[in-house]
Write a protein that binds this ligand. Structure first.
Ligand SMILES: Nc1ncnc2c1ncn2[C@@H]1O[C@H](COP(=O)(O)OP(=O)(O)OP(=O)(O)O)[C@@H](O)[C@H]1O
Length: 214
């Protein structure tokens, strides 16, 4: 099992419980869709999986080990790439090329290697033309594709995607669906888009009243 979330409980400070015994497993080769009403805790679940927040009860097991401390989650975040729901939470460099190169450079790749990865990933996503653009001036859909490029550039073993098609036009949604369907990585993706889920998911879970139901 790549990711194994066991009986997670979670509430934001001062808030009502969001998760009340949520469990999920992700095996190699799976593309698991998570659905559920607005505010049901789907983004919260992805953030728990990579340790950006910690459960009040339950276990996060990732890549064969239980993860509790911050250092234990560093490895999880290297191996499982999270694409945030809001691209502005993810992009922080002046230009697209710098944002996409940041991960590979941080993982110890040389400048030349990082540049090659940037070119390759941008081409795969059909956004080579955005390479030298100023990130914060991109459109919503363009930003989303750049966040995906930034995560794919790190070649994670698992992808965690929070509403990856929001803001994409039909052509880009088609391209993204084909790209994701062709990737070898297991993924968990949150999506309200039924047709996208239908085309990509190998399994679907619904988050309701704090628990995941199949
Ligand atoms: N940082 C935070 N502090 C306090 N409450 C939060 C925070 N983030 C989310 N919440 C609340 O926790 C609940 C779950 O939020 P979450 O974003 O996980 O839902 P979601 O299922 O992803 O929703 P959507 O489909 O609208 O994206 C919501 O009620 C939300 O308002």
């Amino acid at each position: 099992m790549l990711i194994d979330l066991r009986d997670l409980h979670f509430a934001y400070p001062g808030g009502a419980p969001v998760l009340r015994g949520a469990s999920l497993t992700l095996a190699a080769g799976e593309r698991l869709a998570v659905t559920g009403p607005n505010g049901s805790g789907k983004s919260t679940l992805l953030q728990l999986a990579v340790g950006l927040i910690r459960p009040s009860a339950g276990k996060v097991v990732a890549f064969g080990q239980e993860r509790r401390r911050e250092e234990e989650f560093h490895e999880v975040r290297r191996r499982a790439g999270l694409v945030f729901q809001d691209p502005d939470d993810q992009l922080f460099c002046p230009t697209v090329a710098e944002d996409v190169a940041f991960g590979p450079l941080n993982l110890g790749r040389s400048r030349a290697e990082a540049r090659a990865v940037v070119e390759e990933v941008l081409a795969r996503l059909g956004i080579a033309h955005l390479r030298d653009r100023v990130t914060h001036r991109l459109s919503g859909g363009e930003k989303r594709l750049v966040t995906l490029a930034a995560v794919l550039a790190m070649e994670p073993e698992v992808l965690l995607l929070d509403e990856p098609t929001t803001g994409l036009d039909q052509a880009n949604e088609e391209r993204l669906t084909a790209l994701l369907a062709g990737l070898p990585q297991a993924m968990v993706f949150v999506s309200h888009d039924r047709s996208f889920r239908g085309r990509l998911a190998t399994r679907e879970l619904r988050l309701q009243e704090g628990r995941l139901l199949s």
